[in-house]
Write a protein that binds this ligand. Structure first.
Ligand SMILES: CC(C)(COP(=O)(O)OP(=O)(O)OC[C@H]1O[C@@H](n2cnc3c(N)ncnc32)[C@H](O)[C@@H]1OP(=O)(O)O)[C@@H](O)C(=O)NCCC(=O)NCCS
Length: 295
């Protein structure tokens, strides 16, 4: 057996990485291959002469996306060695956290019982719970009061157009800077995947992203169905909070998803459970956030 992890080389390791994921988590977390690769910007792998037995994925900000070790090779220090390789990768310590912009999960899934003791043993502090939520669109009924209230307030919803790029990026930079890369990526090719709320003066007061099939294959489409749709990065301008705009924006997005024929609407990474429950979403799966203090 090799005694040290080596950097992941996706051109060479792709098939073995997908196979390792199947062996490790295929029963509970079968993943769409493209989504796994997208969640693996950087990585290290641990291999025997015959096979890959461990892998860790992370990004330059210090976000660990996932760490997996073949069940037959656990408790032999492989997870720790992969983790230490990532720690050594950085000349100056980054902001260690689980999840992150390219991650497949917003934290460590609470149904993976090794995750908590593993990260804790390696100096991580596990934090609050965040969730993914979902709803069968057949269950969704738009409460007519919601659009009526928005019409009275002069708030309208529409899909962004190519020419809205600068306004959308300026809005997100001001209100939700962490989401700027996600919104930027929608221009110029997919402006329609950005749903905007505008006030009477056409100023943007809220935005979210909608990903519809078949163009978009959800990361958990092997669990939730090929035709799942995803809603994300839901935000309302701070000055316009508590006016029902967020609820109306998500209701509008869910209507769009239903009209498009997607049987499931999926909402990743939130801790605002009751907000979405009011619209009919339920918790799909739970995660613990985690950080690793420096020093
Ligand atoms: C979590 C995981 C990567 C750990 O891999 P591993 O190679 O078994 O971990 P190591 O042997 O390097 O363990 C390092 C330390 O973590 C702790 N640890 C790991 N698993 C543990 C468990 N089930 N219970 C208690 N402590 C545990 C121990 O302190 C261990 O040190 P020790 O072996 O000297 O007791 C592996 O269990 C796995 O792939 N699980 C499924 C995927 C997952 O949960 N990933 C984490 C979420 S991203």
């Amino acid at each position: 057996m090799r005694s040290a992890p080596r950097p992941l080389d996706l051109a060479r390791d792709r098939a073995a990485l997908l196979q390792l994921w199947e062996v490790t988590l295929g029963a509970t977390w079968p993943v769409h291959a493209d989504a796994l690769i997208a969640a693996t910007p950087l990585g290290y792998v641990f291999e025997t002469p015959d096979q890959l037995v461990g892998a860790i994925a992370f990004d330059e900000s210090g976000a660990i996306s996932y760490v997996i070790v073949d069940p037959s090779w656990r408790r032999q220090g492989i997870g720790r060695a992969l983790h230490d390789a990532v720690v050594d990768h950085f000349r100056t310590p980054p902001q260690w956290h689980l999840g992150g912009q390219r991650s497949i999960w917003p934290g460590a899934p609470t149904d993976l019982l090794d995750a908590d003791p593993f990260f804790t043993a390696l100096g991580w502090v596990m934090g609050h719970t965040v969730v993914d939520m979902s709803m069968p669109t057949s269950d969704f009924r738009l409460d007519p009061e919601i659009p009526a209230r928005m019409a009275a307030a002069g708030v309208r919803f529409d899909h962004a157009k190519e020419g809205d790029a600068n306004d959308v990026i300026a809005y997100e930079s001001r209100e939700h800077p962490v989401w700027v890369p996600y919104f930027r990526a929608r221009f110029p090719d997919e402006p329609g995947s950005v749903l905007l709320a505008r006030d009477r003066g056409r100023t943007i007061v809220g935005a979210l992203l909608i990903d519809l099939p078949p163009r978009h294959r959800g990361r958990w489409s092997r669990i939730l169905g090929e035709d799942m749709a995803e809603i994300g990065c839901v935000g309302v301008a701070a000055a316009n909070n508590n006016q029902g705009i967020g609820t109306a924006l998500v209701a509008e997005a869910t209507s769009i998803v239903k009209k498009a024929g997607a049987p499931v609407a999926f909402l990743a990474w939130t801790s605002r459970i009751t907000f979405y429950e009011r619209l009919g979403y339920t918790v799909w799966r739970e995660y613990r956030t985690g950080t690793r203090p420096l020093g």
